[in-house]
Design a protein around this ligand. Structure first.
Ligand code: FAD
Length: 517
């Protein structure tokens, strides 16, 4: 009788009717093709996970979470939605590490991409191909970068460009761009993809590349999840180094910091042996670093007093990879590279670590912060691309004019330049229209008590940039109005809209971005 009761409950649940966002259409999973009808979940645990993200700011509860065991399940789900008089929205969710609800939907269906892994044997969805002239990895869209690293290192290979944190999904970063300190040389992650498998917003399963179905390929890369769900990406690999010299140079003057950092990214050839392998930078604003473990104990006090003295310190962070064959000359290479640099004398610090340790630096911090209960706080982040011609104005107006004055920072503020020639303008990702532009990221982490203050500061930064005509673009954008989206995409807006109509005419995919709904 328990079984009958349970079955009755399931039938009752399946036939429960939901009003979709459009307000007039009703549907129930019981109407879905039988292959997928049992893959919708509405238990509190699934719904609660899908209703939040790393930002802990936005919350939307979906009608159901969908657990695909195959690509065909995803295609069937999308076709099912399209078959309804008013389709329901579908939010494909990778690791949910967005900060503004980008992988959520109200009342629609969240596709838990992680479930794809369960339908296949362990590790089957990362295939490293090392034979031939061009090595690559064929990787499921739901896989995380850290697993791609581990799989490729077994072949002495590695992806070329990394985000700062590797526990992000392939589909999630490729939907934005995937930037990091290697981008000045190799471009963003979207510039290092040879081919994709995509389930479009119509439910078609398409293999695309720059040669084949190129319109879809370019649309999806940096496409904020609007055109299709990436189920496989062919990612460029190169030889992996074993060790890393990791350097930090301190500046109290923006213009010398700016000149030296730009010099480092001028060595941008892929095979350039003089070049740094990673160039980034960050600020210390009003307070010394929370984590001083990078620096020798004997230097920690003078670093702290330097910040107290100047209020604002700019730090160039760069690395040089090496292995057995280059071990003998890596230090001379670094000396040559920074000859004439104008950092504060005696404020150069370095560490010698393994390649994996360097790439996993944020994960190391994550483990520490999780222990202290500080990882799952609200994250009112603001990520901007700033044109090179206006970065000094940005320093004056924003760093010195707002953040320093308000003394409101919690978390890191990154600043590093990239070469636009490494980006492909056919792709959906948007950048300022200058040869060099900067990623500036305010990576705040705060308690709920200060959340509104940080949000207000972010708003103020956007406003002063608009007033000063700085021509910024948002990265991982949080944009509300149609007019702002049109401005964000600029000349690409027309094609973005056209592609949406072509690949997702019913506008069902990734509604959490707030572009077409
Ligand atoms: P989700 O949050 O799950 O999804 C993000 C968007 O992508 C949504 O619109 C979603 O619908 C869509 N999407 C997800 N999977 C797919 C798919 N398979 N196909 C199509 N669309 C899909 N970014 C950088 O570029 N550089 C960094 O250095 C960097 N560092 C970070 C550090 C931390 C600690 C965190 C939390 C984020 C960082 N990010 C960085 C941002 C990160 O790249 C994006 O938030 C990314 O979207 C996260 O991937 P995810 O799998 O969590 O995506």
């Amino acid at each position: 009788s328990y079984l009958v009761f349970s079955k009755a409950l399931i039938v009752l649940w399946l036939s429960c009717i939901v009003v979709t966002e459009a307000g007039s259409q009703v549907w129930s999973p019981i109407q879905a093709p039988k292959e997928i009808a049992s893959k919708f979940f509405r238990d509190p645990m699934n719904l609660s996970i899908a209703s939040t993200d790393y930002g802990h700011i936005t919350h939307h509860t979906p009608f159901a979470v969908f657990a695909p065991s195959s690509i065909r399940d995803i295609a069937n789900l999308i076709k099912f939605s399209n078959s309804l008089h008013i389709p329901f929205t579908i939010a494909q969710r990778g690791q949910g590490h967005s900060v503004n609800g980008q992988s959520m939907t109200s009342n629609g269906v969240v596709v838990n991409m992680n479930e794809l892994n369960n339908g296949y044997r362990n590790g089957e969805r990362i295939i490293i191909v090392s034979k031939g002239r061009i090595p690559f990895a064929d990787v499921g869209g739901e896989q995380i970068w850290n697993d791609v690293l581990n799989a490729s290192l077994k072949f002495g290979l590695t992806p070329l460009i990394w985000t700062d944190y590797l526990f992000l999904s392939i589909g999630g970063t490729l939907s934005n761009a995937g930037i990091g300190g290697q981008a000045f040389r190799f471009g963003p992650q979207i510039s290092n993809v040879y081919e994709l498998d995509v389930v479009t917003g119509k439910g078609d399963v398409v293999t695309c590349s720059a040669e084949k179905h190129s319109e879809l390929f370019y649309a999806v890369l940096g496409g904020l999840g609007q055109f299709g769900i990436i189920t496989r990406a062919r990612i460029a690999l190169g030889p992996a180094p074993t060790r890393v010299k990791w350097i930090r140079l301190f500046y109290n003057n923006f213009s010398t910091f700016y000149e030296d950092q730009l010099y480092l990214i001028s060595f941008s050839g892929r095979n350039e042996t003089n070049a740094a392998d990673y160039v980034s930078g960050f600020l210390l604003l009003n307070q010394p670093p929370v984590d001083l473990s990078f620096y020798p104990e004997r230097d920690q006090a003078r670093i702290t007093s330097l910040v107290t003295q100047y209020g604002i310190i700019y730090i160039i962070e760069f690395v040089k990879y090496y292995d057995n064959s280059s071990q003998g000359h890596v230090d001379q290479d670094i000396e040559r590279l920074i000859q004439g640099f104008k950092f504060i004398p005696k404020f150069m610090f370095q560490k010698d670590v393994s390649y994996e340790e360097f790439l996993n630096r944020v994960h190391t911090a994550e483990l520490l912060l999780t222990k202290q209960g500080l990882w799952d706080l609200p994250h009112p982040w603001l990520n901007l691309f700033v044109p090179r011609s206006r970065i000094s104005d940005f320093d004056q107006i924003v760093f010195k004019g707002i953040t320093l004055k308000q003394n409101l920072t919690a978390g890191q503020v990154l600043i590093y330049p990239m070469n636009r020639s490494k980006w492909d303008d056919n792709m959906s990702a948007v950048t300022p229209d200058e040869d060099v532009f900067y990623a500036v990221s305010f990576l705040h982490s705060t308690g709920f008590d200060k959340l509104q203050e940080f949000q207000a500061q972010n708003q103020q930064i956007l406003q002063v940039c608009a007033d000063a005509g700085i021509g910024i673009k948002q990265y991982l954008p949080k944009i509300k109005t149609r007019q702002e989206w049109v401005q964000q995409f600029g000349p690409k807006w027309e094609i973005f809209q056209k592609r949406k109509h072509q690949f997702d005419p019913n506008r069902i995919l990734s509604p959490g971005q707030g572009i077409f709904n």
